[in-house]
Design a protein around this ligand. Sequence first.
Ligand SMILES: [Zn+2]
Ligand SMILES: [Zn+2]
Length: 294
Amino acid sequence: MMPSHIETSVMDQIIDRAVEQNPHSSGLIKAFGPIIARQRQLTSSIDLPPLDYSSVDKEKLRAGVSVISQISLFSPDDPLKEIALSLTEAVKEGMPKLTAELDRLSGLISTGKLRLADYFEAHPGNENKAIDGWENNLKISPSNASFLLSLIARVLLERRAREITEAMGEFAWEKGYCPICGEFPSIALIEEEGGKRFLHCSSCGQGWGFTRVVCPYCEKEASKEMDYFYVESKTQESAFVCDKCKKYLVTLYRAGRLHARDMDVSAISLVHLDMIMQDKGYEPMTACAWNVLS
Ligand SMILES: [Zn+2]
Ligand SMILES: [Zn+2]
């Protein structure tokens, strides 16, 4: 398994560098590091049943209908148990305080008392019913269940996003939410060269280009320079803010491509901006495990 070894070591370097450059976020980066590393490894290596993407319609995409609104991206044959048990080990590594609860959760999953498919089969729409059922019948904390489910979904969706991009080639997409899974972005990246803005989805890992002068959340036109909030002395980091919908989007400026980057690690590294913006009364465009602060 050479490839995943290489990926693991690249991931370790990314995490080490993030800790070094963002000492204020080091606790959070170290907690999420092993989880993100395991997710990337699973995304590349796990065997998933094939899905048929031939009915995904490029015209619908152009009109803003995401892939997940067109076809189901979860299969009844997805290896949910295998992914879940691997991820709970990684969560324990990063967040040892959760060990007892996660061991209980793993036990229920491996004996089949907790059927993860109940959640994914109901997705999207009725998935919270499954979580309520686990809370009532198995005394599972809904926040831990949701956390684990979002981690599993990311592995499945990121792999599907890659397959879709490969199967479909280029397609037009002009929305501020994700073309694959329909979630709003967790972070944006602006390339120094050309100044283009790329949005990143933490639910499935997809990235896409989006105009800099429109709010990705409510589509209000924003003037180019007015709507960015900077922390003094940090010119590479900012938050796009929209005064219409009161949302913000953490934004990173990239001067070069010297180092490999993981956008989720970057988003976690910039959590001080989440604190500042939420303190000012703004909300993130999407809730992530690391940016729900109050
Ligand atoms: Zn997505
Ligand atoms: Zn807005």
